[in-house]
Design a protein around this ligand. Sequence first.
Ligand SMILES: [Fe+2]
Ligand SMILES: [Fe+2]
Length: 190
Amino acid sequence: MENSETLTNLARAFAGESQAGLRYQIIAQLCTQQGYDTLANEIKTIAKNEVNHAKTYYDLLTKENGTARNIEICAGYPFEKITIEDGLKFAMTAEHEEAERIYPEFAKIAEKEGYKEIAKKFELTAKVERKHELTFKFLYENFKNGTLFRNEKPTFWVCSQCGHTEALKEAWNICPLCGSSQGFVQLKLN
Ligand SMILES: [Fe+2]
Ligand SMILES: [Fe+2]
């Protein structure tokens, strides 16, 4: 596998997924600092998925190739001061790229080079990233519009801290039972 494009793609996948995992944790931290506790939790779950994708590619690479002291890859990454809104938009766009372009391309190349198992893993990852894209799209749009905790019809909102539940168009600012703020209300992800 030494001179294959697939070996480099496994290293690229590891690097990309590792970064996604950490970048999402940074966004989640920003959410926690600003009181968006349940939003932070959604993002942490996706961050965990990315870390496990990275692990999967690390394991695949060493299984197929053995030990490699150094695999060179060339990549560019942005370093900007971000807000929650920027972070969610960035994540949505990154997931779209992975789902629609990067992993399908990696899978095609792996298939061509005869690495069926690896091609399958790339395909499965693309499917997850597509789901992540949709989650980030929902979070980004609702965060931007101020509708994370508001719906057109009365909705059953649940306090993640004490379980208080009430059907309202907009969730309470302060939970009438435990006093937790709106950022602790469970999100209504589709
Ligand atoms: Fe991933
Ligand atoms: Fe993802």
